[in-house]
Design a protein around this ligand. Structure first.
Ligand SMILES: CC(C)(COP(=O)(O)OP(=O)(O)OC[C@H]1O[C@@H](n2cnc3c(N)ncnc32)[C@H](O)[C@@H]1OP(=O)(O)O)[C@@H](O)C(=O)NCCC(=O)NCCS
Length: 170
């Protein structure tokens, strides 16, 4: 299996993968398509896991901002991540997250934020974001599902304010 940047030729399989992984609904598959057409899309942060020409997993990390008064900081949001139902619990999701974190670090993004399963993401270093002065008003979610991972040392607890997802997420 290889982990690599998504290409245009993968789009169809990535759509189908998200559709299947999210229980035969296409909200997330469509979200991926919409994000690709926005300024927040970073091609190198749309990453796939491929084996024998089959896409088994996909992760999309894209731009968002943390706003505090007139200060605004560019950060990354993780959404969505999907692993084919037949291939879950083999570590593919973890490999995609680790590669995504590595690439965010290389590109200089300080934090990755997400809304997600509270028992899954902590395996990869995500922590409840509100404990670090980050807040979220666009979605009403419990504290333990709004999470952050520090990518650049020293940024957690330093970058504070409200996470603003781009309009494409609504
Ligand atoms: C969530 C998802 C991406 C994880 O990918 P994966 O390749 O199965 O995960 P990994 O193999 O890297 O990690 C497996 C571990 O995570 C746990 N895990 C997997 N899905 C989980 C979930 N939804 N909630 C909590 N834990 C989960 C497994 O039990 C396993 O734990 P263990 O290592 O203690 O045995 C995958 O299950 C998936 O596509 N789910 C459907 C879509 C989805 O919910 N996406 C995330 C939205 S927040």
């Amino acid at each position: 299996m290889i982990i690599r940047t998504e290409t245009i030729d993968d789009y169809k399989q990535v759509y189908q993968l998200n559709y299947l992984a999210f229980g035969n609904r296409d909200d997330e598959a469509q979200l991926v398509e919409k994000i690709r057409h926005t300024d927040g899309f970073i091609p190198e942060l749309s990453i796939v896991a491929e084996q024998e020409n089959q896409i088994l997993g996909h992760i999309l990390l894209s731009k968002a901002s943390v706003v505090d008064g007139d200060k605004e900081c560019e950060v990354i949001v993780l959404a969505p991540i999907a692993v084919h139902p037949d291939d879950q619990k083999r570590g593919i999701g973890g490999k995609l997250i680790q590669e995504g974190v590595k690439r965010c670090k290389a590109a200089g993004y300080p934090l990755i934020l997400l809304i997600g399963h509270p028992t899954y993401y902590p395996k990869y270093g995500f922590k409840p974001a509100r404990s670090y002065g980050l807040n979220l008003q666009q979605f009403e979610v419990p504290d333990n599902v709004f999470m952050v991972k520090e990518v650049i040392e020293g940024s957690l607890g330093t970058i504070k304010g409200e996470l603003k997802y781009p309009a494409v997420f609504f």
